[in-house]
Design a protein around this ligand. Sequence first.
Ligand code: ZN
Length: 403
Amino acid sequence: MNQQFLKEIEIGSKNALVKKRIITHYIYSGTSTITDLSKELDLSVPTVTKFIGEMCDDGYLNDYGKLETSGGRHPSLYGLNPESGYFIGVDIKKFAINIGIINFKGDMVELKMNIPYKLENSIEGMNELCKLVLNFIKKLTINKEKILNINFNISGRVNPESGYSFSLFNFEERPLAEVLTEKLKYKVTIDNDTRAMTYGEYMQGCVKVEKNIIFVNISWGIGIGIIIDGKVYNGKSGFAGEFGHVNTFDNEIICHCGKKGCLETEASGAALHRILLERIRNGENSILTERVATENENPLTLDEIISAVAKEDVLCIEIVEEIGQKLGKQIAGLINIFNPELVIIGGTLSLTEDYITQPIKTAIRKYSLNLVNKDSVIMTSKLKDHAGIVGACMLARSRMFED
Ligand SMILES: [Zn+2]
């Protein structure tokens, strides 16, 4: 990627804006002809031809050959040149991180899943994270100057536009994106983890033509990603989708947000973990009974609980089902409000497949309006535990070229 163009993007020249729109068009549509592109951008064919010529010369676009048509004319198809730039995504979990890199066309070039990392909200935790990312970059065989952006998925309140994180790694008076840019010496953007998963699923997962989508991330916490008319909805400051902190239960359980009775306190990975420990300690049987005895030194992970479900541990299954019912009742409310075409059940707990989705579906039918829920297809995430990393990489690319 030519440094001149990157500078133009920063300054926001008129030509750079048109080029950004052309790149964004190809991000979403793959390849197209000059005629289609001129219609899409509402620009004349000669103007578009001039821009395409320049962008091919500069290496952002490739001529992908003639389109086969029944008529006499065979217009050329253009698309992104995979080698003109690379984008890195970083997906942070509670006990590991995933790092991936895509080329300009969006193909995953290198992916490292489950790199051991213990998430701690401390400066040391942040420095360790940077070390792992730099280590990943060091081992890459591509030209490092072609890495154009790194996007981090951050849990909690995040403003993607200003680059501020308010829940995690918020140690300075300036945006986290700026702090990370300084530490890594590459451009950095950040976004909320659930929103990144939603975007990943939208770009490369189970979404086909649907434009109105709710993605439910059931992991340690609960969040939703909202897509309205094909656009990810952020809200005013990027805080939209905090479904897990809707006051739902009349209980005395204090949520990590500091309030009582949040949805997350009884229906989330954290709740599954807490309830399972309580019930095992009260003498109920589970294949995890012995494992729980060492919980204090070595915390039980959600992955371990999910594999117990896969081994048909009755206690774990029962708790997952109860969580599914409680969540389904609240998702029914979301369906009444948003009338989505598609509701995607994703996140770590979605790996329990039918054990969680069946009670969710039953509760949705029971508690949402009949006419409304007929419009909504309920699906399990196709990308599963890759949704976050795919989304992080895709966001690293699209965030560079947004208007
Ligand atoms: Zn809360």
